[in-house]
Write a new protein. Structure first.
Length: 501
């Protein structure tokens, strides 16, 4: 078969074409006038709200508040958490939901598997281009027989192999191992073809007894603390992206006006590039954090090793291409890839720098500081962990804090250094009540410039460094020059090891 590249077509436009078959006609975001706010429920299979936050905010922005999305509790997490969400949607449990492309083959929507074909989509530029091409329209159409309507896609991070004790660069490296996978028949088949045994993991993935490796995005490796001592991250073995499908029940979609449908489609289209940029930034930050922690070795495969992996997974392609629709989609993606000629993505090399030293000397930061912020301090996701009442305690090179509002109460601690009017923080750990999972993690490294006047301290960002807004949205006020734990939130005090005795 001739493998031709397909012309570009946004996912939103593809969904709009589908909407035309269902009675929708408008492709602009300014049609209907509305005075009442319509609330759509969204089932989140990951139960954190992180994946859908940007989409939900964009819907509110485009509709000027007349259309809002409310996240509802997903079914109990298990090994098939995304399939559970799809089944719940088919029974009308919510208006909207999203799930990884990897989960839909169980329901007969097979074309999505092309997006998960091993080693095919190997860069973020290619993922973005494919999700804006005509390849996606037939994929979304396969949801119709399920009583669902495809709205669009959210691109996702690239997943790579993490070996527990050795690098996973060649087919021989995988043989005889047990590799943890998420809900994906394509991933399971790939591991079997490579000679490994796949083992399904829950949504919050972690090392289980008997596991020799995991396929995971760098952010997840760092966030779920999978970087056990002696593990190996393959920086350039790009297995597949974890793209998400946004969809609605046919009943909920039919109840929307053409204007409201277009808002949903346009929101998905707008969020795509922003999410890719965020994912790319987080991947780099997570890689730096992993590097500083020092548990994992960063390994890269040679071109010859990558070619041997691609040859080894050819049986996966033969199995996928037995379905004509999947075969057509794979060939189209190969055409886009050939025309784009984008270099493969790779995790930056580990350049381990010394962590922030702890000092026995007192500093101008020593003491207790407070800051109060509201939700406006936490764009673009507005996670509750990033605003509220803050208590900061600094004590001779060690710091700790608590953050608190009604839904969230978190803590973090680590070491700090001051060089003139600049401070550097290295986190040792973080935790607490975090409904979005947005707490600080070991190895995070931040820098701020300081401006102090009497008992007021202003933090400003450092060019080229990570200087999170949530810590510097408002000036701090010193309430005591004596470091003390008694000021911390009683709901979520940091561990006793956070500060000196």
């Amino acid at each position: 078969m001739t493998r031709l590249a397909l012309p570009l077509l946004t996912a939103a436009a593809a969904a709009a074409a589908l909407a035309g078959c269902m009675g929708g006609g408008s492709d602009r975001v300014g049609g209907d006038s509305a005075t009442d706010t319509k609330v759509l429920t969204l089932l989140d299979p990951f139960s954190s709200g992180q994946e859908s936050a940007a989409f939900n905010n964009e819907v509110a922005r485009l509709s000027h508040g007349t259309l809002r999305v409310k996240v509802v509790q997903a079914p109990d997490e298990g090994l098939d958490y995304e399939a559970r969400a799809i089944r719940a949607m088919r029974h009308g449990k919510a208006d909207l939901s999203f799930a990884g492309t990897r989960a839909f083959d169980e329901f007969g929507a097979l074309r999505f598997r092309a997006l998960d074909a091993p080693l095919l989509i190997d860069s973020y530029r290619l993922e973005a281009r494919v999700l804006r091409s005509q390849v996606v329209a037939p994929m979304l159409a396969e949801l119709r027989p399920l009583g669902l309507v495809g709205i669009g896609f959210l691109p996702g991070p690239i997943r790579r192999p993490l070996g527990g004790t050795r690098r996973l660069a060649t087919p021989d490296d995988f043989k005889g191992l047990t590799i943890g996978t998420s809900q994906s028949q394509v991933a399971d088949t790939t591991m079997r073809v490579l000679g490994a045994t796949p083992r399904r993991l829950p949504a919050t993935e972690h090392w289980l007894p008997g596991l020799d490796g995991i396929e995971r995005q760098t952010q997840g490796i760092e966030g779920d603390k999978l970087d056990k001592k002696g593990s190996h991250l393959m920086t350039n073995v790009n297995l597949w992206p974890r793209a998400l499908v946004l969809f609605a029940t046919e009943r909920a979609y039919s109840a929307l006006t053409a204007h409201q449908r277009r808002i949903l489609q346009k929101a998905a289209e707008n969020v795509g590039p922003k999410k890719l940029a965020i994912d790319g930034g987080r991947e780099g930050e997570s890689a730096d954090n992993l590097c500083r922690k020092g548990n994992v070795t960063f390994d890269s495969a040679t071109p010859a090793e990558l070619r041997s992996l691609r040859r080894a997974v050819e049986p996966v392609y033969r199995a996928l291409e037995r379905d004509p629709g999947t075969r057509e989609a794979i060939h189209a993606i190969e055409g886009v890839k050939r025309d784009l000629a984008a270099p493969s993505a790779a995790v930056p090399a580990c350049k381990r720098a010394a962590s922030t030293p702890a000092s026995d000397d007192t500093t101008k930061l020593d003491g207790v500081w407070v800051m109060d912020t509201d939700r406006s301090a936490a764009p673009p996701e507005y996670f509750p962990e990033n605003w509220g009442h803050w208590i900061f305690v600094f004590d001779r090179g060690h710091f700790a804090f608590t953050q608190e509002n009604k839904p969230s109460c978190t803590w973090g601690y680590g070491k700090f250094d001051i060089d003139g009017n600049r401070t550097s923080w290295t986190f040792t750990d973080g935790g607490g009540i975090a409904p979005s999972g947005a707490y600080n993690r070991p190895g995070e490294f931040f820098k701020f410039d300081l401006s102090e006047y009497r008992d007021t301290l202003t933090l400003t960002p450092v060019k080229g460094a990570i200087s999170p807004r949530n810590f510097r949205d408002k000036p701090w006020r010193r309430v005591s020059e004596t470091p003390s734990r008694r000021n911390f939130s009683k709901r979520c005090p940091p561990p006793s090891a956070a500060l000196r005795d």
